[in-house]
Ligand binder design. Structure first.
Ligand code: GLV
Ligand code: MG
Length: 307
């Protein structure tokens, strides 16, 4: 069984800023995505691709999951984004983040292109994953088809800024409730739809950014709400938000301890039985391959958090 790498904190870094990329290498975010989309002006896209390739091939990276966000398929840039960064640094990219996904064809097109670029460059075919950003009503409507469009899909990511704009929600503070709707949660339907699709198809559910970057307590509150629902992690736009995200999306100590106990008991059972799989008992609790897998997810997150 593989330990799933957690994605509690996903740091957004503009692909055009070598200084910010170099700084990000040493930060304790679980994932870093180098952006070619909204953080990079149209005139700077080409330079940013080259910067990203060079930075990915440089030394000093930690254990972070490394991702590049390309531009969406309605632009003129997506194909060149993928070809350049994967040809130049494919072995050092874990996934491509695709924004504004509206239907399965967006994911399939990226999958096909990735396969060709991997082949052409002697890379392992199919290793690079896809993170699909859900940022408008049509994407949400097609979410199950998007989630299952390719075995490369690893995460479904909420894009609140674009989403709110696309549905005319009356708010300017990304990640906060629109004035006049409290105490309801204007995001609830969208969040739960993303979470259900993720869980139905074995993917990770990722919450998007919170733009009041200096207010870490407000970030913690917003993150705590999606963590409580079951989301796996959240974007961070500033290094100051990383620790809060890692903490909020880590398992509680009691859950972590329980998970380690399940794994110990299961390990003991399977080795005592000569590797045979089956059910075992932990006190009054029956455990099997499936509960051991669930325990591994929690234990993996806890271990990564140094619990
Ligand atoms: C992120 O891309 C967002 O639109 O919130
Ligand atoms: Mg967006």
């Amino acid at each position: 069984m593989q330990v799933a790498r957690p994605r509690r904190s996903i740091l957004a870094v503009p692909g055009s800023s070598r200084k910010m990329i170099d700084k990000a290498k040493g930060l304790p975010a679980d994932e870093i995505f180098l952006d070619l989309e909204d953080a990079v002006a149209p005139i700077a896209k080409a330079q940013a691709r080259a910067e990203i390739v060079d930075a990915l091939n440089s030394d000093g990276w930690g254990e972070q999951i490394r991702v590049v966000r390309v531009n969406d398929w309605t632009t003129e840039w997506t194909h060149a984004d993928v070809i350049e960064v994967v040809s130049g640094a494919g072995a050092r990219i874990d996934a491509i983040l695709l924004p504004k996904v509206t239907d399965a064809s967006h994911v399939q097109a990226l999958d096909l292109l990735l396969t060709q670029v991997e082949r052409a460059n002697g890379l392992e075919v199919g290793r690079i994953g896809i993170e699909a950003q859900i940022e408008n009503a049509i994407g949400l409507t097609n979410i199950n088809a998007i989630a299952t469009a390719s075995p490369r899909v690893q995460t479904l990511v909420f894009g609140p800024a674009d989403f709110m704009a696309s549905i005319n929600m009356r708010t300017l503070v990304v990640g906060e409730q629109p004035e006049g709707y409290e105490p309801g949660d204007a995001y609830h339907h969208i969040l739960m739809t993303i979470l259900m699709a993720a869980r139905a198809h074995g993917l990770e559910a990722i919450d998007g950014p919170y733009l009041q970057i200096r207010d870490v307590e407000a970030f913690r509150r917003a993150a705590g709400r999606t963590a409580a629902l079951g989301f796996d992690g959240k974007w961070v736009l500033h290094p100051g938000q990383i620790d809060a995200a890692n903490e909020v999306f880590s398992p509680r100590q009691a859950d972590y301890d329980h998970a380690e106990m399940i794994l110990d008991a299961y390990e003991f059972h399977t080795s005592a039985a000569g590797g045979a799989r089956g059910a075992a008992m932990l006190g009054d609790e029956m455990i099997d391959e499936a509960s051991a897998k669930m325990a591994l997810v929690v234990a993996g997150k806890g271990r990564a958090a140094g619990m």
